[in-house]
Write a protein that binds this ligand. Structure first.
Ligand SMILES: [Zn+2]
Length: 311
């Protein structure tokens, strides 16, 4: 049996604990304001990693500038009225980033899957001159699909076909300007259960790179806002056969710029020009950086069953 005094002590303790816990919740904006959508995929920007890209159009917001009352603010002023309806939750990103200078079409920009999933639609072109032009749709499960629009003609790899599975970071095409588009950019869109008013509260919380999609803001053409991609080109199946086997000359699963440490003996390799290069000391790596010898992508550790086949 618990005495009344002891019971009071316990209640006091429980109330104090709740107060402290709730206070912590209130003080921590990540819990209160930015709760992630339930079961949402871990979306990254659909662009090469380690670079800060210019956002040109935001997700759709209420505006009188569009006849439907919703449009995405454009960094040049005005609104893109196509960022409305089922396409409200879209970001347009142009081929400009800090790290390569201002590209503006001088080099192809790979478009990468934002998260793992199953390809449900592929429009390769050429000849897709309206709407999304050439585009890919990926189903991520739990009601989420992502769209990648205006891709360059004939840029969608053969491996990307309807019902094929993709990992985050798989190349699904090249940034282009096909369809209803006035310049080279990627239109990246997410839908939830086909999207609609009832689901918009879910998409309002949807995060890309840990930031709510609705919080990606454009700035202006003279002072654009840049957003970092941490997308990681995937190691698609982890088998040694697909790990750039020099004997077969197969395509590297790990992209150029990947620094690889082997789990069994600690040897370090760099994938450079599609070949593995032994990094014998930190000084060797440092020298490569200084000379701008490679485009750094990622550091991974591989297990013994994932190593290079030496035949
Ligand atoms: Zn767009």
């Amino acid at each position: 049996m618990i005495s009344k005094a002891s019971l009071n002590q316990r209640i006091k303790f429980i109330v104090m604990s709740m107060f402290i816990f709730c206070g912590a919740l209130l003080l921590s904006p990540s819990y209160v304001v930015f709760a992630q959508s339930p079961n949402q995929p871990d979306f990254r920007l659909p662009l090469p990693p380690g670079k800060d890209w210019v956002l040109s159009v935001e997700t759709g917001k209420n505006t009188n500038a569009c006849s439907g009352g919703v449009g995405g603010r454009f960094y040049g002023g005005g609104y893109d009225c196509a960022h409305s309806g089922r396409s409200k939750y879209s970001l347009d990103i142009v081929d400009r980033n800090l790290q390569d200078g201002e590209l503006t079409g001088v080099a192809d920009v790979d478009i990468l899957a934002a998260a793992a999933g199953t390809v449900v639609t592929v429009r390769r072109g050429p000849g897709n001159t309206t709407g999304f032009g050439n585009y890919v749709v990926i189903n991520h499960g739990n009601g989420y699909t992502s769209f990648y629009a205006h891709l360059k003609d004939d840029s969608i790899p053969a491996a990307i076909s309807e019902s094929s599975s993709v990992q985050r970071g798989d190349k699904i095409g090249v940034m282009g300007t096909t369809g209803n588009s006035t310049g080279i950019h990627i239109h990246f869109e997410v839908r939830y259960n086909g999207q609609g008013a009832l689901e918009s509260s879910t998409l309002d919380q949807l995060q890309v790179e840990g930031r709510r999609m609705v919080d990606y803001l454009v700035g202006s053409t003279s002072a654009p806002n840049y957003f970092r991609s941490t997308n990681t080109p995937a190691c698609s199946n982890g088998s040694s056969e697909n790990f750039r086997n020099p004997a077969t000359g197969g395509a590297p699963v790990h992209p150029n710029g990947t620094l690889i440490k082997t789990a069994n003996n600690g040897a370090v390799y760099l994938i450079q020009n599609g070949q593995r290069r032994w990094i014998s000391s930190p000084e060797v790596l440092r020298a490569l950086y200084q000379n701008g010898g490679f485009d750094f992508k990622d550091v991974i550790t591989i297990a013994a069953d994932h190593e290079f086949r030496q035949s």
